[in-house]
Design a protein. Structure first.
Length: 241
């Protein structure tokens, strides 16, 4: 078994569900085909007037465990092409995790602060192996975010988990063990209180850990009001998710 990545971007319009929803739908379709979902992550890119984007200029990366080839996930290219919203410019990247080069990782990191072009991403792909990139509609500008989502995920330092097995079932206040059982590491912000084994963690019904050192890391801070650890990042209106 091997780790397979699917990067997607620009699948939505102003009134449709976002790219994150599309990513979770693709992930579900992969699981029906016998693959195992590891995560779905959101990846933020530069906000700049020179870039055409629907809302937040972010893409998504699906990480799966499956057979060590890309043929099992090629259906995702047609799936995204067929299900993307009218007027969108979708792109899809398929990659074996262990084949993502340092150049792809560097390009993904640069997307957070630079305006990139389709030529740049295809030039990078031409020098790579174990990776395929597809423009599947409109201007195909989504290939930029699709490749850069894969690059950021493989780099292991930039992104936010919008799905993990069991993540969306975390509601109310939970014990530390409930978070650790999903592989989530805790980052304690501030010095007001030392964490105790009996402490509760208020999910606020929205646990979205950050991608740090290739791990999901959830930042929390102590709240005397709820007498629990609360998330530092709170839910916002993001059609992607």
């Amino acid at each position: 078994m091997a780790m397979i990545l699917i990067g997607i971007d620009d699948t939505d319009n102003e009134t449709s569900p976002g790219t994150g929803r599309m990513a979770r739908d693709v992930a579900a379709a992969c699981c029906k085909r016998g693959m195992t979902l590891k995560s779905v992550t959101r990846h933020q890119f530069l906000l700049d007037p020179a870039i055409a984007y629907t809302s937040h200029n972010s893409g998504a990366c699906i990480a799966l465990e499956g057979q060590a080839d890309l043929d099992s996930v090629r259906f995702a290219v047609d799936y995204v092409a067929e299900q993307s919203a009218p007027g969108s410019d979708p792109g899809v990247c398929l990659a074996m995790m262990d084949a993502v080069s340092e150049n792809v990782v560097a390009l993904g990191k640069s997307a957070a602060h630079k305006v990139l072009t389709i030529k740049q991403v295809f030039d990078t792909v031409r020098a790579a192996t174990g990776l395929s990139l597809y423009g599947v509609g409109g201007t195909c500008d989504g290939v930029i975010g699709a490749l850069c989502s894969v690059g950021q995920f493989a780099g292991g330092q930039d992104g936010r988990y919008i799905d993990l097995p069991g993540l969306r079932h975390l509601t109310g206040q939970v014990a530390c063990e409930a978070l650790k059982s999903l592989g989530i590491d805790l980052e304690y912000v501030g010095d007001s209180r030392y964490p105790l084994p009996s402490d509760e963690y208020d999910t606020c019904n929205w646990v979205r850990p950050n991608l740090k050192n290739h791990r999901p890391v959830w930042a929390v801070e102590w709240s005397e009001q709820s007498h629990a650890w609360n998330p530092v990042d709170r839910k916002k209106s993001r059609p992607l998710e």
